[in-house]
Ligand binder design. Sequence first.
Ligand code: SF4
Length: 264
Amino acid sequence: MTADSTIESGDDLGLAAETTYCGLLEDIESYLEYQRDEGAVRLEVDRAVLEELAKEPEPEAEVEITVDATAIPDDFQTLEAVSAHISTCTNCELCKTRTSTVPGEGCGDGPDIMFVGEGPGAEEDVQGRPFVGKAGQLLTKMIEAMGYERSQLYIANVVKCRPPNNRKPVKEEMELCLPYLRQQIGLIKPKIIVGLGGTAMEGLLGHPVGITRMRGVWQDYEGIKLMPTFHPSYLLRDPSKKKEAWADLKLVLAELGKEPPARK
Ligand code: SF4
């Protein structure tokens, strides 16, 4: 690699400035912060890479919704009724490629915490259950480290069908599916919602967010305290971020008047 440019810190790339989209830049920012935290004061980068980064990102491809969206009732009385409606839902393109719908699972009666991710992955699509792949196994460990069993909390996603190739669900898909999540939250009445990753937070809040900056800062979802933190799949890619995710979860426990159990 041609070492013709030097970055002293993330600020030199302008990455500390307002970032309005997630993805590549956020990953790079996290990597630079990690290097800084590890004591790095100098990093050699190819100028061509910097020029690529300086370009405006391509606008997200519009996904044409050709499926007729039908109204989702706004008065489901039970979680089972929500799940039954989801199981036959054809409101967006994701219905065409799914194997199973993944409405969510767990305690539906006022749990301390409801975790919300962005959408099912491959394993979830096969099993029809949320967070059962590798990221799900990490989420389970996080839940247990907090002193809970999965069944004591509720776990769901913003979209209930798997986006092909695990791509990020697009805005239209999230908007079309959100009435289900909104009604699930209304029926479940969790004390606290934890938003897992920037896409889940975007779905919940209705606008793009930078999870690196928002994590650990309480938000509000229709009167319920909402804690943003990293998605477990991101933690699998960058284990150095587990420390920050754990700090976020400890804030959640503190809000509930609890402490993490002593480690065995
Ligand atoms: S993702 Fe949501 S809106 Fe789209 S088909 Fe599945 S359940 Fe319906």
